[in-house]
Design a protein around this ligand. Structure first.
Ligand SMILES: N[C@@H](CCC(=O)N[C@@H](CS)C(=O)NCC(=O)O)C(=O)O
Length: 248
């Protein structure tokens, strides 16, 4: 091959790393965010799955807070899914951040909002709600957060979508997709109708869940492991999934 000794460069002028290696756990939404970003950019990578209940020593040495994802870029270990997404976006086309600096800042603000949206009294408290009795409070807290997103889409997007910025996938989509995907699985049995109260978020979620780059960014055993997760956490969704059908 005549090009064998040519040093490869990314579109941004940085020498191309030789190897990407993702340290992962099957059901982690933050890991899925990294995978969506790499898939959207056609970045090839290896994966090692670890057991978060029994973390290997080599992992604890490279992950400062003991969390996945970690993306090894050659010999450098990057952690935090947001930092990983920003790194990938600087390195590889297509850019998933808007070109306009104001829009880009707004997008970054909404990816910063993700932990508030997902965790604590956020959407995950509905997905993993422990009982029927706890559901109304979890739903109210999630409503507050969903209404913020509904407003953002209504006021900031300026087009009909279907994604957060318009017709192409962005880093905001890669961030929220995994959480909406997990909610949609629990929602099949919880049937809260929550998203229907927020038509713009609902349509956005529908577009994300119809996009294989998003939903396919999980390993083949995802469904089985996610159900195991619902069981391990003692969720109401799991109780409904396994409830015996009512006698006629
Ligand atoms: N802020 C982190 C959150 C990552 C995270 O919470 N990962 C979970 C799995 S979904 C984890 O590794 N948990 C292990 C632990 O906390 O011990 C990121 O965005 O990467």
């Amino acid at each position: 091959m005549i090009f064998d000794d040519v040093v490869r460069f990314t579109t941004w002028g940085e020498p191309m790393p030789e190897k990407f290696h993702l340290i992962s756990s099957v059901t982690c939404p933050w890991v899925q965010r990294s995978v969506i970003t790499m898939r959207a950019k056609g970045v090839e990578f290896d994966v090692t799955y670890i057991n978060l209940q029994d973390k290997p020593d080599w992992f604890l040495e490279i992950s400062p807070h003991g969390k996945v994802p970690v993306l090894k870029v050659d010999d450098v270990a990057l952690f935090e899914s947001n930092a990983i997404a920003e790194y990938l976006d600087e390195m590889f086309e297509p850019r998933l951040h808007p070109a306009d600096p104001i829009k880009r800042a707004q997008n970054r603000a909404w990816t910063d909002f993700l932990p508030t949206f997902g965790w604590g009294p956020g959407l995950n408290n509905v997905t993993y709600c422990p009982s029927k009795e706890a559901l109304p409070e979890a739903l109210d807290a999630a409503r507050l957060r969903l209404s913020r997103l509904e407003d953002a889409i209504a006021k900031e997007r300026g087009n009909d979508g279907p994604y957060f910025n318009g017709d192409t996938l962005s880093l905001v989509d890669a961030a929220y997709g995994p959480f909406l995907q997990r909610f949609s699985i629990s929602e099949k049995v919880l049937q809260t109708g929550l998203l229907e109260e927020f038509p713009l978020v609902s349509a956005w979620s529908g577009a994300l869940l119809a996009n294989e780059t998003v939903t396919g960014a999980v390993p083949p055993n995802f469904s089985e492991e996610f159900n195991r997760n619902l069981e391990r956490r003692g969720t109401y969704a799991w109780a409904l999934m396994t409830a015996a059908p009512a006698a006629e």
